[in-house]
Design a protein around this ligand. Sequence first.
Ligand code: SAM
Length: 344
Amino acid sequence: MPVERILAPGLYLVATPIGNLEDITLRALRVLKQADLIACEDTRQTQKLLNHFGIEKPTISYHEHNEGGRAAELIERLAQGARIAMVSDTGTPGISDPGFRLIALAVERQLEVVPIPGPAALIAALVPSGFPLHPFSFRGFLPPKSGARRRALDEIRESKQTEIFYEAPHRIREALEDVVATLGAERRVVVARELTKIHEEFLRGTATEILAIANARGELKGEIVLLIGPAAENAAPVPTLSVRERVDQLMRDDKLDEKAALKKIARERGISKSEAYREWQLNKYPREASSASDPTSPPTPSSPLRSPLCRPRACLARRISPWHSSSPYPSPSSSEIPFRQWRP
Ligand code: SAM
């Protein structure tokens, strides 16, 4: 039996699920069990989580209205050697949630601050969005009033990165109208809804297309992340062409050579040059992809034909079936859990 590690004094920033309770990490559970005290955005909300996992611990509220005084109080306890876990209602504490003041004070006092990583809606939305994964910018909630919202959107008119916002469901239609008005009908957007829950959905398209969907449905319910694609990527931010087709297009239209075309595609799609090259080879010579050399990197003397893409993990990743068709994990039974909103 592994020996449970003892928790050292410090402030533990514990990420909790954004909907699906299976997303709690083993480490988060251990830290919550071993902490002296759990500082919560809403003690009743966190109590549901603790009950579900059979954790009995004292909790204390820490929210936007008492942050000032409570932060000073918790800092004193930390200075005396307490182990305090901080959680928000969902996701990563401090991300559009209370936490920053306590974290900043603890850092200033040179107290131990320990991340316990886990879910954050912005990352869950970004990765499958199809937009470049870096650079990206997370800007929290859009302003609720249209004037301020349009000014905020105007700031990203020429943005070359993926822009991520949190938005409330009752404001998403207005926000999309403002995106159309400020950034143009053709700007690419993704609305990521109800992530990790039973009604999880990604709506991808131009701002007008997604606005039309929202209008047709009357409303878009649930929790929402709004992603706006880079201005320069309007033509093809969500790739519709294969790498080979895009290489051909760039060579034909932009007069680029293969190497320059692959470099550009890698930038457009937020992938490495090697990854772009591998996709290109796969489209071009499906059987020989793993043994071809990469024109974007010089051949090594010891293995002139070996592509850096053919690292064992890269090759394996192409062969294994998707997790959902062969998952070794049983689906959660809704009778076991109080939250029925899980995505299987
Ligand atoms: N701390 C959280 C995190 O790490 O993502 C964010 C908390 S913030 C108060 C709540 C907002 O996050 C929601 O209004 C929504 O924009 C986004 N959000 C949280 N959970 C979500 C989910 N399951 N699906 C989509 N968006 C979500």
